[in-house]
Design a protein. Structure first.
Length: 350
């Protein structure tokens, strides 16, 4: 088949192929290393012919839904995933506090911030007396703080980007992330949210770099992503002011944020990275090396750090193998995900 971009007279040949594999042991996760191996093989083959791979993988409950598709035999034994580095010790200071205290602190802060100006629609339930009381009553369970923050994020995500979306809550999120009234777990989760906001345009650029190179078109970065990134970057130096008062997990997340604005932060953050205990040989050490290379804006160090991460982290390998994604972009696209994985799913908000 041929593929034509709108408004473009050029045509590109597309080869459409479907392979259906049985799920071994009813566990789709067992297929992941094999699918990853096949993805890298086919991507390299496509690039070797001046093209690219567009891959879609789905899991179906029954392959009989499509009788025309042949079931492909699986290799025996199935390939295993890359060996993982030794884990670093668990973070000692990553916990949430009393939800009544923390949700109340968030409401009080929102009221102070919007005492003289109208709040965005995403935060009206914190500034209105009746709605604020309902909010307090809704999040009294043991994990109430995290659920409250998740609800805040989901509400913002439901707004169209043109109406600011997640950007509308960044000022409050940043203030809460630096507030001594919030627990280390709450602050770390908010810092991860800011990381997602600041890296979104880089992830978009990396995901579309190959297609842009193939078609000869410039990357189109949505304006709301740039505005969102700028909003966060402008607030990072203020978060650094609490470094000496923070625990290791929060320092870890702040350092990752600082890596996205090295001209503003490198001089103060790079000398402090050794404050974070990171055992050599662990995955945490590999991620910290990437942060340091980003802060130093050292292309060679970036390449070395990415190459190391690519040996055990699938997303980094995909970025590292893509010839159209330069090291600086690959690092910015990969860092937030790897940092979040290292902190653990208990502090993820989305």
């Amino acid at each position: 088949m041929t593929i034509r971009e709108p408004g473009d007279t050029r045509q590109f040949w597309g080869v459409d192929s479907t392979a259906v594999y049985p799920v071994p042991g009813d566990d789709p996760k067992l297929l992941s290393p094999f699918i990853q191996q096949e993805t890298h093989r086919l991507a390299a083959r496509a690039r070797g012919r001046g093209g690219m791979l567009i891959l879609h993988c789905t899991v179906r409950t029954s392959p009989d839904d499509d009788p025309a598709a042949a079931t492909m035999p699986l290799p025996d034994p199935l390939p295993l995933g890359p060996p993982q580095p030794p884990p670093a010790p668990a973070w000692a200071d990553l916990h949430f506090g009393d939800p009544g205290t923390e949700v109340s602190a968030a409401i009080d802060l929102a009221r102070r911030m919007y005492a003289t100006v109208a709040p965005p629609s995403t935060l009206v339930h914190l500034t209105d007396d009746e709605l604020a009381q309902e909010t307090l009553d809704d999040f009294t369970e043991a994990d109430g703080t995290r659920h409250f923050l998740m609800d805040l994020v989901q509400t913002a995500h439901h707004l169209p980007a043109a109406d600011s979306g997640i950007r509308s809550i960044i000022p409050l999120v940043t203030e809460l992330a630096g507030s001594p009234d919030m627990s280390p777990g709450a602050r770390a989760s908010l810092l991860l949210l800011l990381l997602d906001c600041v890296c979104e345009q880089d992830v978009h650029a990396a995901n579309n770099a190959e297609w842009a190179a193939l078609t000869g078109k410039d990357l189109n970065i949505p304006g709301h992503m740039t505005a969102q990134r700028d909003e966060v970057v402008a607030r990072v130096p203020a978060l650094l002011s609490r470094w000496d008062l923070e625990g290791d997990a929060v320092r870890w997340a702040i350092s990752a944020l600082a890596a996205y604005c090295p001209t503003r932060t490198a001089a103060s953050v790079r000398p402090r990275l050794p404050d974070i205990p990171v055992p050599q040989g662990t995955g945490r050490a590999d991620i910290l090396a990437l942060m340091d290379a980003m802060l130093a804006e050292d292309t060679h160090a970036l390449h070395t750090a990415l190459a190391r991460l690519a040996t055990w982290q699938e997303q980094c390998r995909e970025l590292f193998d893509n010839p159209h994604v330069p090291p600086a972009l690959a690092a910015r696209a990969a860092l937030a995900h790897t940092v979040a994985r290292e902190l653990g799913a208990d502090v993820w908000l989305c």
